[in-house]
Ligand binder design. Structure first.
Ligand code: HEC
Length: 216
């Protein structure tokens, strides 16, 4: 194998990210492999597009309220969907130092994974003009609620969904404090987190252009 074909060693967690896509691809193949074909009554051959679909395939069951509730975790910028709970900066430091520090660094800047803390460049918003500027929560994210939503769904990367609402409010408070957006004595909860004004808050507008692909 040539050096070019071997390429650089994959990043440690890059592989994890591709797992769901692999599963999705496998599921899609199964669906296309089985779905459109149904036995033909006379010949026993399998034909597609038959009108003989059964009224039910007798698989699966209606989602229970508990299952729906477990997935209903979106937290909008206006605070809609915010779960009860709260957390302080000090409590967030404990969560961060236990569950996040290994991948995001002691102050959220060192990595090895995404940098979470940083206000530079503090002037202007040159992300579209200059490549290579590190986007952080402090210099780029328009809404503080996204921290809650994203961390609840995806972090820590090795155990997504494992944090309680209190822990997520707390770690959001700590990350906002490290970014010098809220004071050290601030408490984050369903009311205070949506009320935080992020430095990049006014840097985004709804994309209401029409005439191209309308779904972006
Ligand atoms: C095992 C490593 C690992 C751990 C532990 C971990 N993260 Fe992450 N984190 C990542 C990786 C990798 C990404 C980038 C994911 C992507 O781009 O899809 C990321 C992305 C993020 C982002 C989004 C950054 C951005 O600007 O897009 C936030 C916020 C975040 N992590 C917070 C946390 C918090 C809070 C914890 C602890 C509760 C945590 N992470 C624990 C690996 C980790």
């Amino acid at each position: 194998m040539s050096r070019l074909a071997q390429g650089p060693a994959p990043k440690r967690f890059a592989r994890i990210r591709f797992v769901p896509f692999g599963l999705l691809a496998a599921a899609t193949l199964v669906f296309y492999g089985c779905g459109p074909n149904t036995p033909d009554g006379e010949s026993g051959a399998v034909t597609s597009g038959s009108a003989e679909w059964p009224s039910t395939f007798a698989i699966g069951h209606d989602a229970t309220p508990a299952q729906i509730e477990a997935l209903d975790i979106d937290f909008g910028p206006d605070g809609a969907g915010a779960p009860p709970g709260s957390g302080s900066v000090a409590e967030g430091k404990v969560v961060y130092d236990t569950k996040c520090v290994g991948c995001h660094g002691p102050t959220g800047q060192e990595g090895p994974n995404d940098r979470l803390v940083g206000r530079e460049p503090s002037e202007g918003f040159p992300f579209g003009e200059r490549r290579g500027i590190r986007r952080t929560i402090g210099n780029y994210w328009p809404y503080a609620t996204t921290i809650f939503d994203y961390v609840t769904r995806a972090m820590p990367m090795t155990a997504p969904g494992s944090l309680t609402p209190d822990e997520v409010y707390a770690v959001a408070a700590y990350i906002l404090f490290l970014n010098e957006i809220i004071p050290e004595d601030a408490i984050m909860n369903a009311e205070t987190l949506p009320a935080v004004i992020m430095p990049a808050r006014d840097r985004f507008v709804p994309d209401d252009r029409v005439g191209g692909p309308e779904v972006r």
